[in-house]
Design a protein around this ligand. Structure first.
Ligand code: ADP
Length: 674
């Protein structure tokens, strides 16, 4: 027989599998992948177009918001307070056709003189205080001077005179070495007159504050000094009246000299003041000549439909937009606003309008890459960058579409189907591979068993044949001397040929059972009679091997429907196994039991027994136990498979009880005729 080479067979099957499954799989997978890629590219293109449109709409919306802002401010002369108080509005002023400016609202620390509203008072300041000044400065009669000043404070109806008297009193108390009273008066002035300018020039709040600081510095009140320093700087930062640059600088420099920089709050107030100073200076320049100083030196004015010009400004301290609109009568409305603050305040609203379903992520970065605004739902996306149009600071608008989740992607028409196909192919390939490997292994295992079976059977056939041939030859050549010896030879030859015939029966039956050709001839049978005869027939052979077979059965046994030869084959196979696997034991019990619905025929031996692991497999075709193979006990591995098949044909069953070293009991259960 041609030997089976498992290696080449395995390679062949893998080759077929590759040709039949893997190659088409790879081709289909490649096509699906290309489909997915195309689809993705298409969606990306679509998304880019959408984001481009979104960015345009966003910029247009900013422009429209400017117009709206201007309309709100100029729509009626008494513009709404909320707009005026908008934190982004840095300056709002009107210019008449003659070129004179009027400031309506602003966020500056100081103003150029042309924009200040309060003009210096024309009254003679110290007229009524003349006598007090004389008493104080010329005659040094301080107590009388104090009384004089206080009299004016109490009686005067002229507010300027009253304030002057208050200041004079405080100054004099200080001179008289009564700092507490002086401080008290200055604090009163700062509190009551912080928004007033004496003679339209001197900011009372600041001057009182400065005097308090000086007193505290002189008497060494450090805690007080620090507390008042913060108040004074705060007052400078949030002016309650209009100063010009000189006044502001005067106080700023004086504070800088007096205030010790020992406190983080004070430090940050100074820093803030410096920033605001720079912004104020820049704003004053913008208000003066906007077209001259805009961001790059070149004018980037955009004039809208309604005659509004927009100029962007970009300096280290201030990014601003200057809006200006000239009416038919030549009057011009101008406003400057803080672009970052403004954008932050409107972006949320604009984006919500633009993208009500929150399908895009938005970021705004200034020209140094700082994040000004961000509305991000899903961070892990690629942003498209759009530069702001020319009439705005050159910032960047970053947009990205929100990526849908995996399942959502699958559900999106078109793209999902490719992915599903792709996954299915991969799954099929893996399944196919596993299945091929499994069947391949199974087949190889069976093949191996078949080869073993053939070699075992040949061996089993050969040994009786050899002994028959040998004895026949001896008899033929008359080399057997005695009659007694001849008789033994005949008997052995008969037994061996019987064994041969059983073996061949087994093989033929097995082959018929394998392809369902086995036919049974069911008749009513007296099983007790059959068994008794069977035991008797094997008795002879067993006598020689010194086996002791016992047979027990109850008195009354009903008839059963069965195939006589098949049952004999069952008994033969079970008893043959009992003999083969008895080891050193020489005892076999055959018993017949009658139960309610069935007859039990049990063959019990006291031999090597069967391991639990083998008990599950010994009924499989070609299977042979490990132990018998190790011990060199011959066999074909089909005996029990035939028994099991015959039992199934008789609608009966087969049970086994066994323990290693103690023996085994095989019982066949046959249903009783009702
Ligand atoms: P074979 O006997 O030709 O090997 P069988 O199908 O009759 O094939 O039995 C299968 C296996 O079952 C045997 O190889 C043996 O391992 C085990 N077996 C069967 N009967 C017995 C028994 N009475 N005692 C121990 N082992 C047994």
């Amino acid at each position: 027989m041609k030997p089976i080479n498992p290696g080449s067979r395995r390679q062949k099957i893998i080759l077929y599998y590759t040709l039949a499954v893997v190659l088409p799989g790879i081709i289909l997978g490649y096509m699906a992948l290309r489909g997915i890629r195309n689809d993705q590219a298409l969606r990306e293109k679509e998304s880019r177009r959408k984001l481009e449109l979104d960015s345009q709409s966003f910029f247009t919306a900013i422009d429209s918001s400017f117009v709206q802002l201007m309309n709100e401010l100029t729509g009626d002369s008494t513009f709404s307070l909320s707009t005026k108080d908008d934190p982004s509005l840095l300056a709002f002023f009107v210019k008449d056709n003659k070129g004179s400016k009027r400031l309506i609202s602003h966020r500056m620390l100081y103003l150029p003189d042309e924009l200040r509203t309060n003009q210096p008072a024309q009254l003679d300041p110290a007229n009524n205080l003349k006598d007090g000044v004389r008493l104080e400065f010329i005659e040094s009669r301080f107590s009388e001077a104090i009384r004089f000043y206080q009299n004016i404070i109490l009686k005067s109806t002229n507010p300027t005179e009253k304030i002057q008297a208050l200041i004079a009193s405080a100054r004099l108390y200080n001179k008289m070495n009564q700092p507490d009273r002086a401080k008290e008066l200055y604090e009163y002035i700062r509190k009551e007159y912080s928004g007033s300018l004496l003679n339209g020039q001197i900011p009372l709040g600041l001057i009182a504050g400065l005097e308090i600081l000086k007193i505290n510095q002189t008497i060494g009140e450090t805690d007080e000094l620090r507390k008042h320093s913060r108040q004074c700087l705060d007052l400078l930062l949030h002016p309650s009246s209009e100063y010009n640059k000189n006044q502001f600088d005067l106080f700023y420099e004086s504070f800088k000299v007096i205030i010790p920089k020992t406190d983080s709050v004070i430090d940050s107030l100074f820093t803030e003041l410096d920033t605001q100073r720079a912004r104020t200076d820049y704003l004053i320049r913008i208000l003066g000549e906007p077209n001259m100083i805009n961001s790059n030196g070149k004018i980037q004015t955009k004039v809208g439909k309604n005659g509004m010009s927009i100029i962007p400004f970009n300096s280290t301290n201030l990014v601003a937009i200057y809006l200006s609109r000239t009416k038919n009568n030549g009057n011009q409305t101008n406003m400057v606003f803080d672009f970052p603050v403004y954008l932050k305040s409107i972006s949320e609203k604009l984006i919500r309008k633009l993208d009500p379903n929150a399908s895009i992520n938005v970021k705004i970065e200034d020209n140094e890459g700082r994040l000004i605004f961000s509305k991000v739902i899903n961070e892990e996306t690629n942003y498209l960058s759009f530069t702001f149009p020319e009439n705005l600071p050159q910032w960047k608008l970053l947009l990205s579409e929100n990526k849908p989740g995996f399942i959502a992607t699958l559900l999106i028409a078109g793209s999902g189907i490719y992915l599903v196909i792709f996954i299915l192919i991969a799954l099929l390939m893996v399944l196919g591979f596993v299945f091929t490997l499994y069947t391949l292994n199974e087949e190889l295992r069976l093949n191996k068993m078949k080869s073993e079976f053939i070699s075992n059977v040949s061996h089993e056939l050969k040994s009786p044949l050899t002994s028959i041939r040998m004895m026949t030859e001896m008899l033929h050549h008359k080399r057997v001397p005695t009659e007694e010896r001849k008789s033994i030879y005949y008997s052995v030859m008969m037994q061996e040929s019987e064994r041969l015939s059983h073996l061949i029966d087994n093989i033929l039956d097995f082959s018929r059972m394998e392809d369902n050709r086995k036919k049974y001839n069911f008749i009513d049978l007296d099983i007790d009679d059959l068994l008794a005869k069977f035991v008797e027939s094997i008795g002879e052979r067993l006598q020689e091997t010194k086996f002791n077979i016992s047979y027990n059965c109850p008195d009354q046994i009903p008839l059963i429907t069965a195939d006589k030869n098949a049952l004999l084959q069952v008994f033969y196979n079970l008893v043959e196994n009992a003999i083969k696997f008895s080891g050193t034991s020489r005892k076999i019990d055959i018993s017949l039991f009658l139960e309610e619905n069935e007859l039990l025929i049990c063959v019990k031996d006291y031999g090597i027994g069967i391991s639990t692991k083998d008990q599950e497999k010994i009924f499989d075709r070609f299977y042979r136990g490990d132990e018998p193979q190790r011990m060199g006990i011959k066999g074909s591995g089909i005996g029990l498979t035939i028994v099991k098949n015959i039992m199934e044909a008789h609608k009966g069953s087969l049970t086994l009880e066994s323990k290693i070293g103690e023996g085994s009991t095989f019982c066949v259960h046959l249903p009783i005729n009702k």
